[in-house]
Design a protein around this ligand. Structure first.
Ligand SMILES: [Zn+2]
Ligand SMILES: [Zn+2]
Length: 118
């Protein structure tokens, strides 16, 4: 059972370290590293800060918005094929349903789960 980090309120996330809590999803920074604590940017609404670097993972994030996830910007290994490559564990799947849903059968995660913020 995987918990989406977006489903955890910042107040409940105190003490959670996503670098070790692999049962919870985490946004990835530009280097593909899981952010250990991505709940800070969304709490900065009203702060005239704009973009800044997350102090936990170094990713460029936007104050007042959910922590950005750079996992989807990693190019697929085979652009011509319908292969889904899991951004979390690197597993590849050619199952059409996995590709469409961006679902990883190995670690049971949805790669695009972060994209419902707008
Ligand atoms: Zn971060
Ligand atoms: Zn996976």
């Amino acid at each position: 059972m995987t918990t989406r980090w977006q489903d955890i309120a910042p107040g409940d996330a105190v003490g959670i370290n996503l670098a070790v809590r692999t049962d919870i999803t985490a946004p990835l920074n530009e280097d593909g590293v899981r952010c250990p604590w991505p709940w800070e940017p969304q709490q900065l609404g009203g702060v005239p800060l704009g973009q800044y670097h997350c102090e936990y993972c170094g990713a460029m994030v936007v104050a007042g918005m959910e922590h950005l996830d750079y996992a989807e910007e990693q190019p697929p290994l085979d652009p011509e094929e319908s292969v889904y490559v899991c951004p979390f564990c690197g597993a590849r799947s050619q199952h059409p349903d996995d590709f469409r849903n961006e679902y990883c059968g190995r670690c049971h995660r949805f790669g695009s789960a972060v994209d419902d913020r707008i």
